[in-house]
Design a protein around this ligand. Structure first.
Ligand SMILES: C=CC1=C(C)c2cc3[nH]c(cc4nc(cc5[nH]c(cc1n2)c(C)c5CCC(=O)O)C(CCC(=O)O)=C4C)c(C)c3C=C
Ligand SMILES: [Fe+2]
Length: 419
């Protein structure tokens, strides 16, 4: 290999891409140099370390923007699946470090390895989180990759809950990737380039962006105008994460130790209807005061509601969202708790002229059935449904198992699954 070729050590290069580069070299095509990614040199460029026991994007403080994308794997060859995961590992580590995906100069005869729209942008604490769906292990009864026996028992396809309107093209997927950053272009760039590199092996099934108020003080708000996240556990609460979030080797599928289960729900919010509800009705539906976020019977945001002193729900209605989400009774209350990490989405008008807006609900938990599902079943119980259900409609999402962290360079995402 010539010196010129050595200089062009592309990251994440496919076999076809590699062949193309050699061809270009022989044909003596001009080399194009992209401007240096200034952000990598900037002292303000905040980056997170990709390597560790757990992946980032779970207990990472929520960045302002998210892009969640689900892929379907189109190959039946397990080796190609492993190659993709190795390639995505290298790419994610590079992107999170704020580096370009290609070493310059690139060959002018071929498409750039890195699409380039992030050049000069701050990486914005980019986290990229990879998770797998039940269909990776078995799809339509077929064990495509010989992984059927490795499927964690609790990982099912997301069921259809009461009042759900799931649309197939917005739901499920073999692999989901969550990219979060303080810059939406950085999120997009990550998903776009992972998708570009997966050509021929995987394709995008759905994609959903989300955002939070950028410079808000305190707990961020959802599109109903309420603080959202008040009762979430502290991200520094290691005991909570150990008990309620991270999967351990004794939980069933030992290859998943250090991972967690991710629930994604694309929840359309009927904001025009909501905006016609009286102020006090809105507070009673949520079960909290709108501006302060305090419980109905409290003064300050972080006061604990005293439901036991209000058994008939005269202060905090029995069918209010927070009371059904967490009745604060019984021994299951603590065990059931989840880590929520959702984002608002605001899109164009829908087909009947309504604002298409809502919550990209994301939560992490150690056991889908005894945590998320247990809460969700209470919220959607037809005998006493969450009042908020009249203003929401869930159209997509899925259940996914977040892969354990990649401990060091050279190891790759999901490696233990294949061992
Ligand atoms: C099954 C899980 C949940 C879904 C789905 C869900 C949707 C959803 N939530 C809001 C707004 C708020 N949720 C709040 C609290 C809250 N929500 C859940 C679970 C789900 N929410 C839990 C477990 C909790 C915490 C309850 C508690 O312990 O008190 C709140 C109050 C503020 C807060 O604590 O975050 C709001 C507001 C929307 C708009 C929504 C779907 C569109
Ligand atoms: Fe909620």
């Amino acid at each position: 290999m010539s010196d010129k070729m050595n200089r062009r050590a592309f990251l994440g290069m496919t076999a076809a891409g590699a062949a193309g580069v050699v061809l270009g070299e022989l044909m003596g095509k001009a080399q194009h140099v992209l401007p240096t990614n200034k952000a990598t040199a900037s002292t303000n460029n905040q980056t997170l370390d990709f390597y560790g026991e757990h992946q980032t994007g779970v207990v990472t403080p929520a960045q302002n923007f998210a892009n969640v994308a689900a892929f379907d794997i189109t190959t039946n060859d397990v080796k190609e699946l492993q190659t993709l995961l190795k390639q995505w590992t290298e790419m994610a580590a590079t992107l999170m470090a704020g580096k370009p995906l290609a070493v310059e100069p690139q060959d002018g005869a071929f498409p750039p390895t890195d699409t380039g729209e992030q050049i000069g942008l701050d990486t914005g604490k980019l986290s990229i989180t990879f998770a797998v769906g039940a269909t990776l292990f078995e799809k339509d009864g077929v064990d495509r990759f010989g992984l059927r026996s490795r499927k964690p028992a609790g990982l099912t396809e997301m069921p259809i809950f009461h009042k759900d309107s799931l649309e197939d093209q917005l739901t499920h997927g073999d692999i989901v990737v969550q990219a979060c950053s303080d810059d939406p272009m950085v999120c997009f760039h990550a998903i776009r380039n992972l998708s570009k590199a997966s050509r021929g092996v995987a394709h995008l099934r759905w994609q959903q962006t989300g955002q939070l108020g950028v410079k808000s003080q305190g707990t961020k708000r959802n599109l109903f105008g309420f603080k959202d996240g008040t009762a979430n556990p502290s991200l520094l609460d290691e005991a909570f994460m150990k008990n309620n979030v991270w999967i351990n080797a004794g939980d069933g599928a030992s290859w998943l130790a250090g991972g967690t289960y991710m629930v994604v729900r694309r929840i359309q919010m009927r904001i025009e209807t909501w905006d016609q509800q009286s102020y006090s009705d809105q507070e009673e539906i949520i079960g909290r005061q709108k501006v302060s976020g305090a419980p109905m019977d409290g003064k300050n945001e972080f006061d604990t509601p005293q439901f036991a002193e209000d058994p008939k729900g005269e202060v905090t209605p029995l069918d209010s969202h927070i009371r059904l989400s967490n009745p604060r009774t019984g021994e299951n209350s603590e065990r059931e708790r989840i880590l929520r990490r959702g984002y608002n989405f605001m899109e164009n008008l829908d087909s009947v002229g309504r604002m298409s807006a809502g919550l990209l609900f994301v939560c992490f938990n150690r056991n889908l059935q005894t945590q998320f599902e247990s809460i969700q079943k209470r919220l959607t119980n037809p005998n006493l449904p969450d009042k908020m259900l009249s203003y929401t409609e869930t159209k997509g999402g899925g259940y996914f198992a977040v892969l354990p962290g990649v401990p060091r360079k050279g190891a790759y995402l999901g490696q233990a699954l294949f061992e």
